[in-house]
Design a protein. Structure first.
Length: 357
């Protein structure tokens, strides 16, 4: 976000534009999206994945200052379908099921009296709790080495990796290890990889900073009023066949039911990725709602299987977040869409009459 954009938003707020936008969009449902919360400096390395406790506290204070009611997901879906959203009601969602949802986020939510929904992948419940790819990316970013040479791991994994492009290095290592190791085996590789990268494994993994929720922690969340819902078993939603999608949902649902004791019926697309066939397939599997990472607010006309969310980030300025929850940015999106529709019929003519044609 540029300084000019920030200045414009501050001006709009000073002129009463935020309060007006909140009123104009009061019948639109807001859904906020978070992931993990930072034990150390993770929020500086991965601001879209981890948020600092201080930033999350400010976000919750902004919701309260703007008198925006936070309600449970299930209640929000019913209100939305009945066109009964009346006061800019908002849902807080937490993706993946990070242990810090319990240790850091929940105390803040409880102080404010805010309900939340955590969408949980379940493969880790039987394999251990460390997030292999996220921890690996963090270790590579923290390493001072330009490259690393791995030996004695596996022929498909051994070799030299260029660390100057952290994302590319993680992609190559994840693809190589997934071909030959199970999830649990990959997690056990993290400490040897830390040694090869020249970083302290004890520091990297202290306080469960890259851990997912255990079954016992999930039960604790549930007992303290947090909704636990579906996010696939392996954090992948197949595209090819209904049977593959069904296997992911059934595996996810069965694993959660064994822990929390009820059958989850709300879903979040992994990484927000969805195909045209997915909404109908999910309905057939008894899913009542599905959230994306597509930006915007939701109206009674929004498909409950393609709900929009605001993906918050630690490096998002407070004024930008406030503009989102007040509906300013959604009104701007509406205006852009309207302009595009008005001028769309003229674009072919403009292109054909442009110089050089």
């Amino acid at each position: 976000m540029t300084s000019a954009q920030s200045a414009l938003l501050y001006l709009i707020r000073a002129l009463g534009g935020f309060s007006l936008a909140r009123y104009l969009t009061r019948k639109r449902l807001r859904i906020l999206c978070y992931h993990g919360f930072s034990v150390g400096d993770e929020f500086r390395v991965l601001p879209f994945m981890f948020m600092s406790q201080e930033t999350f506290e400010r976000r919750m204070n902004l919701l309260r200052r703007r008198s925006i009611p936070v309600i449970p997901l299930g209640a929000a879906i019913k209100r939305l379908q009945n066109d009964a959203i009346q006061d800019a009601e908002t849902v807080i969602t937490l993706d993946d099921g990070w242990a810090s949802n319990l240790t850091i986020a929940l105390p803040i939510l409880e102080r404010h009296g805010y309900p939340a929904c955590v969408y949980v992948t379940t493969e880790h419940l039987g394999a251990g709790t460390e997030a292999f790819n996220v921890a690996l990316y963090y270790m590579i970013r923290k390493s001072s080495r330009p490259s690393v040479t791995l030996t004695d791991i596996h022929p498909d994994v051994n070799g030299t990796y260029d660390l100057r492009d952290a994302r590319a290095a993680v992609t190559h290592l994840v693809e190589a290890t997934e071909r030959v190791f199970s999830l649990g085996e990959r997690q056990r590789l993290l400490r040897p990889l830390a040694l090869a990268l020249g970083v302290s494994a004890d520091e990297i993994f202290r306080d469960g900073r890259f851990s997912f929720l255990s079954g016992r922690q999930l039960q604790t969340l549930c007992q303290r009023g947090v909704d636990v819902e579906l996010h696939t078993h392996t954090h992948r939603l197949p595209r090819e066949t209904f049977a593959e999608v069904a296997a992911e949902i059934h595996g996810n649902r069965d694993a959660l039911k064994a822990v929390v004791g009820y059958e989850a019926r709300h879903f979040c697309y992994p990484s927000g990725v969805h195909d045209p066939a997915h909404p109908e397939w999910l309905k057939q599997l008894g899913i009542e709602s599905a959230t994306t990472c597509d930006p915007g607010l939701n109206t009674a006309r929004t498909s409950p299987m393609l709900l929009k969310r605001f993906l918050d980030s630690d490096d998002t300025p407070d004024i930008f977040f406030e503009a989102e929850i007040c509906g300013v940015r959604d009104l701007i999106r509406d205006a852009r869409s309207c302009v595009q529709r008005v001028f769309a019929p003229w674009l072919p003519r403009l292109r054909s009459s442009s110089p050089g044609r």
